[in-house]
Design a binder for this molecule. Sequence first.
Ligand code: NI
Length: 161
Amino acid sequence: MSDTELQIRILGDPVLRKKAKKVKQLTAGHRHLLSKMARTMYSAGGVGLAAPQVGSDESLIVIDAGTGLYKLVNPKIVKKEGRQALEEGCLSVPGVSVKVNRAKKIIVQALDEDGNSLSIEAQNLLAVVFQHEIDHLEGRLIVDYVSFFKKLLLKKKIKKI
Ligand code: NI
């Protein structure tokens, strides 16, 4: 890990369970953090990263699911349609994948890093990644979607991390 990247927090770190705070005044510090988050995401081979995963409690996410980089502030899902379930992994829960029921198509409202309002329509994989990262801002992780019985099996695996 170089000094331009951030350390990714792993399941068990309390910051992952904190609800992120809305950014009230966007500063150069936020832009700097978003850039570092993007570098960290690319270097870890991820498709998304949320601020709590790097120890921040602010409402920031970065996403690149193959259709370009989004750096978003205060993202919020304003519309959900349809259903899909994909196997999801998470950089904060290494070695675990969970099939999660999500909306197929969503509309996200957010600010870009310059404070401009955006409305983004996403579907399929990109919609999953948005929902996954916005979950992080609520302190929610993929393990929360696992059934009771699968959780017992996963617990053994997670303990080894
Ligand atoms: Ni994640």
